[in-house]
Design a binder for this molecule. Structure first.
Ligand code: ADP
Ligand code: FDM
Ligand code: MG
Length: 235
């Protein structure tokens, strides 16, 4: 059948704010692609079932505290430990639908304030206390440089007002409206990167309409990616 035999699968990532519909749409997309005769599987990050994933999971559930840089590297390591599997699946023709990827990693960590102060020497002698800089996008991207590059990154776009109609924030780390607003700004900066195939979908539409939009984008990219090698992210 034209949908299989010798061609690689596509790497499709869903990103977006809390309650934008990533997990719902990832499930529906896999199901719809399979019904159309494609080989497709879901994947998510963080993947909490590995040893590294359990550390990250316990951090998100606030059962443990991990220093900010360190946990950023663990989120990235959780992706790297899946790279052999990702490559194998794509090579065998399976399209992967991934719920969050390196873009979440960068958007969330770069929204954190670095705690602490730095003493800097003034030009005319003496010292002044200055705040440490926030995590830069540049610093946050480095651990994920070279990961398999998504063929398509769908950004499920929703306003905080629309998202709030879908229920309250949970009790995990990062689930506050102040923090989520910062994350949203960081996503916008990441979407300025034209070396990636970002597609913005209006996530305030009905589940059905969002699904149809994502499905159409996905089928087109599966056809396009078939003959191309998998790229390297931010490399
Ligand atoms: P995310 O994974 O982005 O946090 P979910 O897929 O878990 O989002 O969806 C969050 C909640 O919003 C769920 O209760 C889901 O049923 C609901 N939901 C998802 N998409 C829509 C939509 N298009 N319209 C209305 N409610 C939705
Ligand atoms: N998150 C997710 C990060 O901070 N860094 C990452 O690299 C990734 C993949 O973990 F708050 C955050 C984003 C979100 C949480 O929540 C995961 P879900 O509900 O499992 O997507
Ligand atoms: Mg989700």
């Amino acid at each position: 059948d034209w949908r299989m035999a010798g061609h690689r699968g596509a790497l499709i990532v869903l990103e977006g704010a809390d309650r934008a519909g990533k997990s719902t749409q990832a499930r529906r997309l896999v199901e719809a692609l399979r019904n159309q005769g494609y080989q497709a599987e879901g994947m998510r990050f963080p993947e909490r079932t590995t040893e590294i994933g359990r550390l990250v999971g316990s951090y998100l559930e606030k059962k443990s505290n991990i220093e900010d840089h360190t946990v950023h590297l663990l989120f990235s390591a959780n992706r790297w430990e899946h790279v052999p599997l990702i490559k194998e699946k794509l090579k065998s023709g399976i399209t992967l639908v991934v719920d969050r990827y390196a873009f979440s990693g960068v958007a969330f960590t770069s929204s954190k304030e670095v705690k602490g102060h730095l003493s800097v020497r003034c030009r005319h002698g003496g010292f002044k206390e200055t705040e440490l800089p926030n995590f830069s996008l540049h610093w946050c991207k480095q651990p994920d440089v070279g990961l398999p590059k998504p063929d398509l990154v769908v950004f499920l776009n929703i306003t905080p007002e629309e998202a709030s109609k879908r229920g309250d924030y949970g009790t995990e780390r990062y689930e506050t409206s102040d923090f989520q607003k910062k994350v949203q700004k960081r996503y916008a900066e990441l979407m300025d990167d034209k070396s990636l195939n970002w597609k913005v979908v209006d996530a305030a539409q009905s589940m059905e309409d969002v699904h149809n939009a994502i499905k159409q984008l996905s089928e087109a990219i599966i056809t396009e990616a078939r003959h191309q090698p998998v790229g390297k992210l931010w490399a």
